[in-house]
Design a protein around this ligand. Structure first.
Ligand SMILES: Cc1cc2nc3c(=O)[nH]c(=O)nc-3n(C[C@H](O)[C@H](O)[C@H](O)COP(=O)(O)O)c2cc1C
Length: 382
């Protein structure tokens, strides 16, 4: 695995990526909702966590390996589900699935990903997880669940935090669509970003690969929100979760949980874990950061189900702080995508190596040997 010395942080990757991707596509990735307040809070408040080093001890080195749901992963982080990755960078979904598999970390495929369940399962030798937006029709839900089971998906990630589509001014202004809308503004942006445009031509237009067989003919796809609202009904209920628990024999994780009432409910309904997540600040502008919600959830539920974490993580130190605050495992959405925007396929191995190196350095500095010992280094809040 290689590390490009010119791009040694997520911040560098984001900056390079921003230059290579047309604004209408990059803004889809880079923004939250409304004025981006909760998106910013996620990282800012995560960075208020402080860790304490121990220097006088016999130290055997940092071991990043983490066991989760019976699988031993090389590091305590994985790739969060992102819809429409292929619009942001052609082939991004496949590149990240390949990189995650090679690095031995989990990759979660979105229902609205641009590679199919079967293709991603093939790339990852059946190791990829699958995220489900709740379909409006039970029949569609069952078809997708059965395909995921047939593809050998070990963990189903059911999304809880999208009862409605986020209000995202940049997407509204850009008229985010599949394929991209050929407005004069968008065409001008494509001309200014030739690498992106030629890669799109070479790969063919991005599509919702898993959903392609079910998309009704004539459905207006000019706005992503319209398509999502027509096909999915994201508001979960006990009945909906119970029906899925009944049919799905693998592990079940509910993503987007930020309060103890929801956590208790999904535990009761048979969930094996939760991802404490606010969708990277893309849904509720006036919500709390996930790092604020995490410690209480980990303390109350951590011994009864897996408490996982995402939103705002932008590097190894952030992973260490989330784990020290009680998360068993972290996921990142934008960080991995910035790497692909900046470097194409090479961005996958690069960002995996970089994050592992950063986390290793923090653990070595702390005098922490195993990721599960990070909570011992949490400094008291002043
Ligand atoms: C552009 C974009 C698209 C996303 N699409 C999905 C999706 O299809 N399904 C899903 O469960 N989460 C989706 N998410 C949320 C991510 O899975 C994850 O929760 C979020 O990116 C974490 O925040 P971070 O980007 O700060 O790491 C999306 C996030 C972004 C930025």
């Amino acid at each position: 695995m290689s590390l490009d010395p010119n791009l040694p942080s997520i911040e560098h990757l984001r900056e390079r990526g921003r230059k290579r991707v047309p604004p209408f596509a990059f803004e889809y990735l880079d923004n939250g909702c409304h004025s981006n307040l909760n998106m910013r809070r996620n990282t800012e408040e995560l960075r208020e966590v402080r860790l304490e080093p121990r220097y006088v001890l016999d130290y055997g080195g940092a071991d990043l390996e983490t066991e989760l749901f019976g699988e031993t992963y090389a590091a305590p982080f994985g790739v969060a589900p992102i819809g429409l990755q292929g619009l942001v960078w052609p082939g991004a979904c496949e590149f990240l699935a390949e990189a995650a598999h090679a690095a031995r970390v989990p990759f979660i495929l979105s229902t609205v990903g641009t590679a199919s369940i079967e293709r991603v399962s093939e790339i990852t030798e059946g190791k990829a997880w699958f995220q489900l937006y709740h379909p409006t029709e039970d029949e569609l839900r069952d078809k997708i669940l059965d395909r995921a089971a047939a593809a050998g998906v070990p963990v189903l990630v059911l999304l809880a935090d999208t009862p409605t589509f986020g209000y995202r001014p940049k997407e509204i202004r850009n008229g985010l669509a599949i394929p991209p809308r050929m407005s004069l503004r968008n065409i001008a942006q494509m001309v200014m970003h030739p690498t992106w445009s030629f890669s799109q031509l070479a790969r063919g237009k991005p599509e919702f690969a898993t959903l392609a067989p079910y998309i009704p003919k004539g459905l207006d796809m000019s706005h992503l929100g319209q398509f999502m609202n027509a096909t999915f009904s994201g508001r979960l209920s006990s009945d909906r979760i119970a029906a899925i628990r009944d049919r799905w024999k693998g592990k079940l994780v509910v993503k987007g949980i930020v309060n103890p009432e929801d956590a208790a409910r999904v535990l009761e309904l048979g969930a094996d874990g939760i991802i404490v997540s606010n969708h990277g600040g893309r849904q509720l502008e006036v919500g709390t950061s996930t790092i604020q919600a995490l410690p209480a959830l980990a303390a109350e539920f951590g011994d009864r189900m897996e408490v996982l974490f995402d939103s705002g993580v932008r590097g190894g130190p952030d992973v260490a702080c989330a784990l020290a605050s009680g998360a068993r495992f972290t996921f990142m959405g934008r960080s991995f995508m910035y790497a692909i925007c900046a470097m194409g396929a090479r961005g996958g191995p690069h960002v995996m190596t970089m994050l592992m190196r950063q986390l290793t350095q923090v653990m070595e500095q702390l005098g922490c040997e195993r990721v599960q010992d990070l909570p011992r280094h949490l400094a008291p809040r002043r």
